[in-house]
Every structure is written in structure tokens, then in C-alpha cells.
Design a protein. Structure first.
Length: 65
């Protein structure tokens, strides 16, 4: 098995994982983030993207070769 972190992946894989992470964040925390964004007059999409990036570094990437 090979253990990698997010920085060791190619750009195509990073983008795919980012989109998956973004969907996960929206499903789990979307309503809370939307409420916070409206209350504090911030951009919802920007907040989702920032949380998605934080979420990516919590994943463990293991590949069987």
C-alpha cells in the first residue's frame, strides 16, 4: 500500500477530490454555513470552498498498487 497526502496527488485527482469534498460539506453543513453567511454578509460559495479544502486534509489516501 502507498500512503499519500493531498499535496502528492496530480491536478486532475485534486480537482475531482475537491468537488467530492465540496458536495460532502454541502450535505453535512450546508444549512449551517448558509445561515452563518447570511448573518455575517459573506459569500456562501467561498465559505463552502474553504471548508471543502479543510475537509480534504482530513482524508486518508491509501492506494493499493
Amino acid at each position: 500500500m502507498v500512503y499519500l497526502n493531498y499535496n502528492n496527488l496530480n491536478e486532475e485527482t485534486k480537482e475531482r477530490l475537491f468537488q467530492d469534498s465540496k458536495k460532502d460539506v454541502e450535505l453535512q453543513f450546508g444549512d449551517d454555513i448558509r445561515t452563518y453567511a447570511e448573518k455575517h454578509h459573506t459569500n456562501y460559495e467561498t465559505m463552502i470552498e474553504e471548508e471543502a479544502l479543510r475537509n480534504l486534509y482530513r482524508y486518508s489516501y491509501v492506494f493499493n498498487i
